[in-house]
Design a binder for this molecule. Structure first.
Ligand code: SAH
Ligand code: SF4
Length: 351
């Protein structure tokens, strides 16, 4: 079987070529074709000598995840079902803002965390994605919008990456790290680190390492105390709030510049949406620099919760705001195509 080149970090690509007896500078040329131009056909890489092209073609492939279906929402959100070599699939979403936007990518097929409000969580964990499959989703999204070669940061449409799709990114940390190093490499895809956000359910030991990668952190907090959190998120039994908050403090300490953490909070009717919960929440984050992101619960069939009323959501936001916390209510995007938070699901036959 031919070896896939997407997903090898720059140094590993160099080693690979040197092992073939090629000069190290060839790695730079090849990197440019793969990640700046988005080329997948070695024979179209015209700056490479013909025999080198043939050699590469014998041994390697450059594959972007296959786009199986594409759906466009009335609000401009675009969702793809993407498929990998073993026919496993994930969903990937582009969420446009006024002149740019974020590609929401997945890190696992399924998820083992089993958060009770999450549709993905009801799906069996199938496997981790490779580094190439993680960064490949962004590349296929670029294919879909024709954004090759890599445009300048100012003119590109797909400007941000949010790791908020299927799976728990920090349970696949090494592959995530390699993928993000490739995505942010200035000679290729060139996504600015400051435009990358990783969202975690709270796998505490890896959180500080995100600071070393220079990317933003979002935490799926969703509860003001251990009692409620353990009830809706099993991960809290392993990493309870005091451990999670400590990891967040360490993240902020390690960040090069002042960096707010986004605390995501999905509002579940009568579970975590009362004024006393807002009060408790503010005490919990004392000592951290945070902004909240209030997420209306997206109902899916069979979900054991109901969405909070608009009134309850606004009442909750007002309490936080009156204490000078940013607490925007996340607008639902792509709900008509089941692309909104927590609605992604892709195991064949179960859609
Ligand atoms: N696994 C990661 C990232 C993916 S989930 C994490 O849990 O952080 C992206 C966000 O959507 C998370 O904050 C998640 O808690 C939230 N979410 C999950 N199910 C949801 C639902 N049904 N309605 C609204 N938000 C949901
Ligand atoms: Fe997994 Fe995140 Fe869903 Fe929890 S919210 S089940 S961690 S994808």
């Amino acid at each position: 079987m031919k070896k896939e080149l997407i997903g090898l970090g720059f140094d590993d690509l160099k080693k690979e070529l040197v092992s073939l007896g090629e000069q190290p500078f060839r790695a730079k040329q090849l990197w440019h074709w793969i990640y700046h131009k988005g080329e997948t056909d070695f024979f179209k890489m015209t700056t490479l000598a013909k025999p080198f092209q043939s050699r590469l073609n014998e041994l390697y492939t450059v594959t972007h995840p296959k786009i199986v279906t594409e759906q466009n929402s009335v609000d401009g959100t675009r969702k793809w079902l993407m498929e990998f070599a073993d026919e496993k699939q994930v969903e990937c979403v582009y969420i446009p803002e006024s002149d740019r936007g974020a590609v929401c990518i997945s890190t696992q097929v399924g998820c083992a965390q089993g958060c009770r409000f999450c549709h993905t969580g009801t799906q069996k964990m199938m496997r981790n994605l490779t580094a190439g499959e993680i960064v490949g989703q962004f590349m296929s999204a670029r294919d879909s919008y024709g954004e090759w070669p890599t445009p300048t940061d100012e003119t590109r449409y797909l400007s941000n990456i949010v790791v908020m799709g299927m799976g728990e990114p920090l349970c696949n940390f090494e592959n995530l790290k390699t993928a993000l190093l490739i995505a942010t490499n200035g000679d290729g895809l060139s996504v600015s680190k400051r435009r990358v956000t990783v969202s975690t359910s709270g796998i505490a030991p890896y959180i500080p390492q995100l600071a070393d990668l220079g990317v933003k952190l979002a935490v799926s907090l969703h509860a003001p105390n251990n009692e409620i959190r353990s009830q809706i998120m099993p991960v809290n039994r392993k990493y309870p709030l005091e451990v999670l908050i400590e990891a967040c403090k360490e993240y902020q300490k390690r960040c090069e510049r002042r960096q707010f953490i986004t605390m995501e909070y999905v509002l579940l009717k009568d579970i975590n949406d009362q004024p006393k919960h807002a009060e408790e929440l503010m005490k919990l984050v004392d000592g951290l620099e945070v902004k909240f992101n209030l997420i209306p619960f997206h109902y899916w069939e069979g979900a054991p919760f109901e969405p909070s009323s608009n009134n309850a959501i606004h009442r909750f936001a007002k309490i936080l705001e009156s204490h000078y916390f940013a607490a925007p209510i996340r607008r639902s995007r792509g709900e008509d195509i089941m692309a909104a938070c927590g609605q992604l699901k892709s195991i064949k036959g179960k859609m």
